[in-house]
Design a protein around this ligand. Sequence first.
Ligand code: HEC
Length: 374
Amino acid sequence: MFARPCTAPVCLVSALVFVACGEDASNELSPSPTTDNNPNQDADAGPPNNDGAPPFGELPVFIQPTRLCVDPLPGQPEGQSPNGEVCTWQAIAGATEEGRSFEDYASCDVVRTQRPYFPMPSHDAYPDGDPRMEDPAYVAELAWAEGQIRATGCACCHSDNAPLGPVRWTIDAPGNWLGTFSDRDVAALSGLIDTSMFGRFAPADNNGFHRVDSVPSTDPDRIRAFFANELAHRGLGPEDFADAPPTGVPLLEQAAYEAGECEDGEGITPQGTLLWSGGPARYLYVMTPQAQNPTIPPNFDLPEGTLWRIDVPSNGVPVLPGDVTYGQLPAGLIQKHPASPSEPPVALISGQTYKLYVTRDVFQPITRCLFRAP
Ligand code: HEC
């Protein structure tokens, strides 16, 4: 199932909101049917449907993560960087310093270009209130978890500050905000559902926040235990999510996609001109045929085996097939590999096979194929 290409515009819309594409997508991904054998009629293990996702043409251009360093807000403690600034990766998986709010130190507008943002209704697990809110130890742990999430890019969409409203769950809900999490949301962040394809920074580069199958946290075991505790409180456990589909299925599909031979003139001309199909492009990769397919930053977009990668900056004009010659950086573009902008990529060897991977924007492939160097 992971080999199906996904390039038609309608497919892209689905891919962007991270649901599977193809006619049978609704069957594949609707919440697992509950049966009489399943005591947890509302374990709701399936991923969310994406009613309300913006149409493809209205999605913003993906802005690449940058690390922003600024002075602490008035009245706040010195930052941990050598000159006292607070440094924060402006990314979904980024985190500012513990105890601070991500939104005070990074742009959520940038983060909200990095995956589709649109409001989605919240779950309501505790409509009559939650007696645990009388327990000071519980309330303290809840406040710790809230502070951790508020320090991360997750809060850009999963808090009431999101301009059109929160997506599914929000740390700003009155009473126990955990009630806005569906059972599947809780299971995902307790580590039972694989969310690794959404990416992570090295903790040393992310103010000590580790992301291990949950929200990035300075104490990943504690945050997963916090969610596991909530799951147990709801009478659910690992067995209820054994068959739950992972998150980010289209990303997994893109990663596993096996490129076929280039067709219809795709590939490279004897003069070195790169040709692809699908129209204007922002990201071009020439890779070894075995290289992993690139997906999203920070850790899945420059796979080993990348020989050359060039990007159109988010405020630049996409390039067209025929505009690019291998190894020659067109004006206005950025060479991401080799890392030094003046270092040319290795020369292609005549007769050898390479992979051409071209995307309209991050995680929107338009050409993925193998060509033989002329
Ligand atoms: C740019 C907006 C945005 C940001 C930032 C964001 N999310 Fe979400 N999140 C969404 C949307 C939209 C959905 C629902 C659609 C979907 O799952 O594809 C969602 C759904 C989820 C779900 C349910 C997924 C499932 O398959 O059931 C979890 C869990 C989640 N987010 C966790 C996180 C975590 C953890 C972070 C931070 C690392 C984060 N989100 C950051 C927009 C965002």
